[in-house]
Ligand binder design. Structure first.
Ligand code: F6P
Length: 546
């Protein structure tokens, strides 16, 4: 049944209209227990969702909407390996990578658990070789530098996690990332490296992505005549892919091809062999702790009742704003330097999953689906775009993310950081009324005219909602739980809004056009192009020719 036809949807539509006339300040004033009632404490973090434009009636109806949408049965279908990625005809089994399936799920008659265990064993062995100095390049020297060549899901997860876990890095090896086909990035990384001691990890689910394959070919060429091509490929390249036959055809040794499977979506793949650079950076035990943290969130998502289920509540809050209240964007604001890549990572995770407008029934959705995700380190954002968050006419709900324990030993810093995080969500919630502004200006001795002129600019309407996720400590386990929290939130939101979250047809169109355009940039022939594109090709050709 079309989700918009349920009574819960209709009630929420009406409740959203009412909520536009209410203020968060009043919701708190009316209910001294609000913060406690609208917070969830998990082993890894406190999730405070009290600063949201919700009341009991809205919350109850949102939960009803989730039930109407069959969320619980979709959740069971995910964990039991049913082909819920229907447009690609695949199950969605990234939880299997952290060992958290309730039963022995088989895909094509093969036990998923056994596949995962086998591949993890191979990764562990390889990572140990590296850390023991037993990975030797063509000239007899140990590998000291690893370059991950991959883009999107084959890049963002590993780099985001390694950055987040800087404090856990081992020093036997340095990890570099090249995702861009703009040769400037690869060229820059290569200047820091010695071919004798460098290993490339070609990470690509499909092993066809132009950016990655171009970088892989250039990386191979960089070795020059150091050794015969076959030896270079054998000692200086490994592959991580769901298309092992293509990696072997490229020339990479079968023993050095680490695999994952088409039932792992690219943007959900950091838990698979795609996480090889993570295990290299923080050690296999650290990688295991990351998987265990995600597994604990998997259990919570599977077992907690909907009203106490953090990913479900996050999904409901998010769709409440995007779909019912008319706030199409959502900001991710980490207050932890180490999480600086989290907004970029979540942009792919959420927007490639839920940035869609065709329903599961193949109809055009006549409601907003997933939000536009954006953000950056909160403390830096305060000095950049927070003006917009506080006083623009647009309301942008936000997630504030920080940890109780600092990731460093410098005294005094962490309290300033957290005080800012708490203050910002408070300021967004409460704002400052005209009356309060006038009082403050009068107390500073301003005259009546001056107050009248200045006051409107200093008014903050407030009523701008946010979640706060306060980790006990940022470590591999809690990071795993945090990432899995968002993964399940994305899934739950997609299910309720009746879209398929695990395909990404929208990225294909541009890829195909780029492939067709590339030779035209060389030849200058643009007869079949629209006038704008033809103009760009002509300008390119003119300037290039001098
Ligand atoms: O272009 C988007 C995308 O298809 C992502 O879904 C994926 O993570 C990325 O490209 C990289 O793809 P691959 O791992 O196959 O190189």
């Amino acid at each position: 049944m079309d989700i918009t036809q349920f009574p819960s949807w209709q009630r929420l539509t009406n409740l959203a209209e009412d909520m536009h006339g209410r203020h968060l300040r009043d919701l708190f004033a009316d209910d001294p227990q609000r913060a406690a009632r609208f917070s969830l404490e998990l082993p890894e973090f406190l999730f405070d969702f009290s600063k949201n434009l919700l009341d009991d009636e809205i919350f109850v109806n949102l939960l009803q909407l989730a039930r109407d949408a069959g969320l619980e049965s979709w959740r069971d279908r995910l964990f039991s390996g049913q082909p819920i990625n229907r447009t690609e005809g695949r199950p969605v089994l990234h939880p299997a990578l952290r060992g958290e399936l309730p039963g022995d799920v088989k895909v094509d008659s093969v036990s998923v658990e056994a596949l995962v265990a086998n591949e993890l064993g191979r990764l562990k062995e390889f990572v140990n070789l590296l850390h023991n100095g037993d990975l030797i390049g063509c000239t007899g020297k140990s590998i000291t530098d690893v370059v991950n060549l991959g883009v999107g899901g084959s890049h963002l997860g590993p780099e985001m996690v390694i950055e987040a876990l800087r404090a856990y890095r081992r020093d036997e090896v340095r990890i570099h990332f090249v995702s861009n086909v703009d040769g400037a990035q690869l060229a820059d990384v290569l200047t820091q490296l010695n071919p004798d001691t460098t290993l490339f990890v070609v990470s690509s689910k499909t092993f066809t992505t132009t950016e990655t394959m171009t970088n892989a070919r250039s990386a191979l060429a960089w070795f020059g005549s150091l050794a015969p091509r076959a030896d270079l490929l054998q000692r200086h390249f490994v592959a991580v892919t769901a298309s092992p036959e293509k990696a072997c055809a490229f020339g990479i040794e079968p023993q050095r091809v680490f695999r994952f499977w088409d039932w792992v979506g690219g943007r959900f793949s950091l838990w698979s062999a795609i996480g090889l650079p993570i295990a290299m950076a923080i050690g296999f035990d650290g990688f295991r702790a990351l998987l265990d943290g995600a597994a604990s969130m998997d259990r919570h998502f599977r077992q907690a009742p909907l009203e106490q289920n953090a990913p479900v509540v996050m999904a409901l809050v998010s769709l409440w704003y995007c779909t019912f209240m008319g706030y199409p964007a959502h900001a991710i604001l980490p207050y932890e330097q180490a999480l600086h890549m989290l907004p970029a990572y979540l942009q792919q995770a959420e927007m490639e999953s839920n940035g869609k407008s065709t329903t599961r029934a193949g109809e055009e959705a006549d409601y907003r689906t997933g939000p536009l995700i954006w953000g950056m380190l909160g403390i830096n954002g305060q000095h950049a775009f927070y003006q917009y968050l506080h006083q623009s006419p647009e309301v942008v709900p936000a997630d504030f993310i920080g940890s109780v324990a600092p990731g460093h030993g410098l005294p005094g810093h962490h309290e300033i950081l957290l005080a800012n995080m708490f203050a910002q969500s408070q300021a967004l919630m409460n704002g400052v009324s005209r009356g309060e502004v006038e009082k403050q200006l009068a107390a500073r001795g301003l005259g009546r005219d001056e107050i009248r002129q200045l006051a409107p600019y200093k008014v903050h309407s407030g009523n701008r909602p946010s979640n706060t996720i306060l980790l006990r400590k940022l470590d591999p386990h809690s990071l795993g739980a945090l990432i899995a929290l968002y993964e399940h939130k994305i899934f739950a939101q997609g299910v309720i809004l009746q879209i398929y979250s695990f395909d990404q047809w929208g990225v294909e169109l541009g890829k195909g056009l780029a492939a067709a355009l590339q030779p035209q940039l060389e030849s200058g022939d643009c007869h079949n192009q629209d006038a704008s594109t033809a103009g760009l090709i002509n300008y390119y050709g003119r300037v290039k020719a001098g």
